[in-house]
Design a protein around this ligand. Structure first.
Ligand SMILES: Cc1cc2nc3c(=O)[nH]c(=O)nc-3n(C[C@H](O)[C@H](O)[C@H](O)COP(=O)(O)O)c2cc1C
Length: 190
């Protein structure tokens, strides 16, 4: 299913905080350098309801933290040109240890479609390919309508492989984008 278009307690996880996170069915895992992806992860959690979704900084996430969830959301920003955010890059080693069978995964990516218009949210596309190669079921595709970029590795058959957010130049749209996407995901996470 592809959705078109049309949150915060900006809270850093503490070293042992992840263990205390709830028993919900949805796990949100993000890597963030300046806090934008973290902010959006919190908005997504709020949109699902805090009791329904646990939230984790990938910097301190273990394979067991992921394994327990049937529905998983990964959030990654793009750095360099077309690079995964640093913590997320390291996190791929953790992901290698997770058995994704029977799980549904959705992706969101932070980027800047004006300054990096040829590589907008490329990291989300790289992560998609990485997961796809391992047979992971990915849901939550989004129409590219309403965005203005010229190129992205996150485009597959004309759609974005997850929710793209531009906090640099379109932060006013973030709340609405998140809400709409989460409503679509609620239909997928069943
Ligand atoms: C040096 C640098 C390189 C970046 N490269 C890209 C890029 O290739 N593609 C993109 O969409 N955004 C790029 N961005 C924008 C960031 O992804 C964006 O600021 C994002 O919101 C950062 O999220 P974070 O603070 O959660 O890491 C870059 C930003 C900087 C400062």
């Amino acid at each position: 299913m592809v959705c078109g278009f049309r949150i915060t307690g900006s809270r850093r996880d503490f070293k042992y905080g992840n263990d205390l996170k709830n028993m919900a069915n949805i796990g949100i895992f993000y890597g963030s350098t300046t806090g934008n992806t973290e902010k959006v992860a919190n908005l997504i959690q709020q949109a699902f309801g805090e009791d329904n979704a646990g939230i984790y900084n990938v910097d301190i996430t273990e394979p067991e933290d992921i394994q327990k969830y049937p529905w998983i959301i990964f959030g990654v920003s793009t750095w360099g040109v077309s690079d995964l955010q640093d913590d997320f890059e390291d996190f791929l080693e953790v992901l290698e240890k997770v058995d994704f069978s029977g799980k549904k995964v959705a992706l969101f990516g932070l980027g800047d479609q004006s300054t990096y218009t040829d590589s907008f949210v490329d990291a989300m596309g790289i992560l998609y390919e990485w997961l796809k190669k391992r047979g992971v079921k990915i849901v939550g595709f989004v129409s590219r309508k309403g965005y203005s970029f010229t190129g992205s590795m996150a485009l597959v058959k004309g759609n974005l492989v997850g929710l793209a957010i531009d906090e640099e130049f379109e932060s006013d749209l973030t709340g609405e984008r998140v809400k709409f996407w989460v409503e679509e995901l609620k239909k997928e996470f069943v």
